[in-house]
Design a protein around this ligand. Sequence first.
Ligand SMILES: C[S@@+](CC[C@H](N)C(=O)[O-])C[C@H]1O[C@@H](n2cnc3c(N)ncnc32)[C@H](O)[C@@H]1O
Length: 240
Amino acid sequence: MIKYKLSKRLDMLAKLSYPSRKLADIGTDHGYLPLYLLENSHIEHCILCDINIGPLENAKRSFREADFTNQTEFRLGSGIEPLEPAEVDTIVIAGMGGGLIIDILSHDLQKSLSFEKLLLQPMTEQNVLRQWLMDQGFKIKSDYYVHESSKYYEIIEISSRDDDATIDIHVHSADLEFGYRITRDNVSEYIKFLLYRRHKYETIIKQLANSASQTSKHDACVNKLITIDSILLKLKEEDL
Ligand SMILES: C[S@@+](CC[C@H](N)C(=O)[O-])C[C@H]1O[C@@H](n2cnc3c(N)ncnc32)[C@H](O)[C@@H]1O
């Protein structure tokens, strides 16, 4: 049996799923994360869900050589609809837009709130998702940043359990584009993420320099730079 080596993004999700015993992967597609977790005995049982039959067949193909028949279930359906409330302790929703993650969780809010841990990896609209989660009473434990293929991936961990080893970014900045809380052991990656974003906004400002019609966009980018710099300064003052 070939053991899968996960991408950095999926590897971080695998680490964060600890110490789950029963996990559901929503929008599983290839099923690599559940396969890795079962191969390495990190979980006991996994429910692999997808809205489309093709991706669910992909996942079944990934498991063809593996002997996890009694530990896996493949369910066709949208979001968390194929699950019972609290049927698993951890839900993973990765590789989808923030808006789609909101649609999935809001379909049955009570059910969404019944799971101990949610690991969300939005590809877009991270700030909109964070705001929505806070408004609905989900507890954001921390944000994680993973650099892979010249891109930053963001993971939001929702958990009822508290973590003292976090830095509250939200008290430094109300702009949820730059996260909510981060763990102390991920602060160096977070600073690299801020510098990456800083570079992005500086580039846009340079491009807009000669365009009088884009003043509001220019000012919005300048405000983003001010916010990033104030977070960086606070982190420096706290010696992080
Ligand atoms: C880009 S893939 C992500 C695969 C994997 N989760 C990852 O992060 O690598 C997105 C998957 O989500 C599935 N999907 C899209 N909308 C969904 C929904 N409402 N409920 C369940 N799955 C959905 C798609 O069929 C597709 O397989």
